[in-house]
Design a protein around this ligand. Structure first.
Ligand code: HEC
Ligand code: HEC
Length: 370
């Protein structure tokens, strides 16, 4: 038999495109999650959405794809998996045309973790950032817990990816098959003497119909969710006195950035306001004090309102003196704050384009170049 006749098409195009797209998206997600600065979060989020779509596609293709893409062809029993692992230990794994049992286990594990990572990611996005489809139904606390889980799952994913790559290299050595090449061109070589299996073709129309129906249903559900206003964000009318009087010397800080006690302390000590005399007419001061009290951090459930409400009594209303503010900005050098476009640390709006709304979204951070 010639080499040509020994070849069999194993991975169809959708499965191959899925595999390499997933590699790109997961790499993007990991880099933007662990390495790059926070204002890349927008890319991170899109990598997450893309990953969910890919996984949903793959599960559907696992039903309607061609022979070796079908999940049933690599749903091995635990006994088969153990047998394969034992053969691997003795360095004589059996040849499988599609996924081998170890590879199949890895696929299920990867899909499970990727799914959990994207679900917890949506909870973080909704809870901490008040964004995404779950913003209306998640509290900051839920987002905060989800963030820890999200990170642990992502670390496990990194380990799994490492094992997956090692596993592929080991199998390639032992079976002398170029598995990576197969994942590009789709072909595998059948060992001498082995009869090519009967393979079923894919059913792309059934898959497309299924995906369309699924998209319609899940799309409507997501749409209903995303019409809900983000929880923890209240409607707030502007207080003219606050804007003009307090905006006289510096930017108008969003009321959610400090708790009630801080605003009260600030308003009762205006004659010595961090070394400045900021005294106001009694009525004006009373109106501002009431406005700040009503709209203080306690009324909100945003990341900023939750984080800045832990203040130190020595500096009762200095946002930039909170441990959280210092930690978040510790990577920014003093020179950056002195740039003309910034001025000083307390000019939040020069870097946070949404400071006036109190959101402080990662995607809205932009440090002035000079
Ligand atoms: C006469 C000028 C002046 C007026 C008027 C003024 N401030 Fe200030 N404020 C300052 C100065 C100076 C600082 C300290 C330097 C800085 O952080 O910019 C400051 C700091 C602050 C801070 C802390 C910022 C940080 O570093 O985290 C808050 C909050 C604040 N002011 C709120 C107010 C409010 C509310 C009003 C209106 C009732 C007000 N300020 C009116 C001058 C003023
Ligand atoms: C020189 C630019 C600059 C100024 C001025 C600045 N920030 Fe930031 N801030 C940043 C950067 C950059 C980050 C992201 C840091 C990181 O990657 O962890 C950040 C992060 C934050 C975060 C966390 C956002 C999140 O979702 O993780 C909050 C909240 C925040 N800043 C609030 C403030 C407030 C309030 C002020 C004003 C009192 C302020 N910042 C002033 C640049 C600035």
């Amino acid at each position: 038999m010639s080499n040509h006749e020994n070849k069999i098409k194993v991975w169809d195009i959708p499965t191959r495109v899925f595999h390499w797209s997933l590699v790109i998206l997961v790499a993007t997600g990991l880099i933007t999650g662990f390495v790059s600065p926070e204002w890349w979060m927008g890319i991170h989020i899109w990598a997450g959405y893309g990953t969910v779509l890919l996984i949903i596609f793959r599960l559907v293709w696992g039903i309607f794809g061609s022979e070796f893409s079908r999940i049933e062809t690599f749903a091995f029993t635990p006994r088969e998996v153990i047998a394969h692992m034992r053969e691997l230990l003795f360095l004589r794994p059996l040849h499988y045309i599609g996924h081998n049992p170890a590879g199949a286990m890895m696929i299920f594990a990867l899909i499970f973790f990727l799914f959990s990572i994207t679900i917890t990611g949506l909870l973080v996005l909704g809870g901490e950032e008040n964004q995404g489809p779950l913003a209306g139904v998640t509290s900051y606390q839920v987002g905060d817990i989800a963030a820890d889980i999200h990170e642990v799952l992502a670390l496990i994913l990194v380990v799994l990816i490492g094992l997956h790559v090692v596993g592929v290299i080991v199998e390639m050595r032992l079976t002398r098959e170029n598995l990576v090449k197969s994942m590009f061109d789709g072909y595998k070589i059948i060992p001498e003497g082995k009869t090519p299996p009967v393979t079923r073709p894919s059913r792309p129309i059934a898959a497309a119909a299924f995906l369309l129906a699924f998209a319609a249903i899940s799309g409507s559900v997501l749409w209903v969710f995303s019409t809900m206003p983000p929880s923890g964000i209240i409607q707030m009318a502007e207080n003219k006195d606050y804007t003009t009087e307090c905006g006289d010397c510096h930017e108008v800080y969003h009321p959610s950035l400090l708790p009630k006690v801080s605003w009260a302390k600030l308003m009762t000590g205006l004659e010595n306001h961090l070394g400045e005399d900021a005294s106001l007419d009694r009525d004006v001061a009373a109106s501002i004090a009431a406005y700040l009290d009503t709209h203080a951090a306690e009324a909100w459930d945003t990341e900023a309102s939750n984080r800045f409400s832990r203040i130190s009594l020595d500096v009762p209303y200095q946002i930039t003196a909170t441990a959280y503010w210092k930690r978040k900005h510790s990577g920014i050098s003093a020179d950056v704050f002195k740039r003309k476009g910034v001025g000083n640390r307390a000019r939040c709006a020069s870097c946070h384009r949404d400071a006036a709304t109190g959101h402080f979204d990662d995607q809205n951070i932009k440090i002035p170049k000079q």
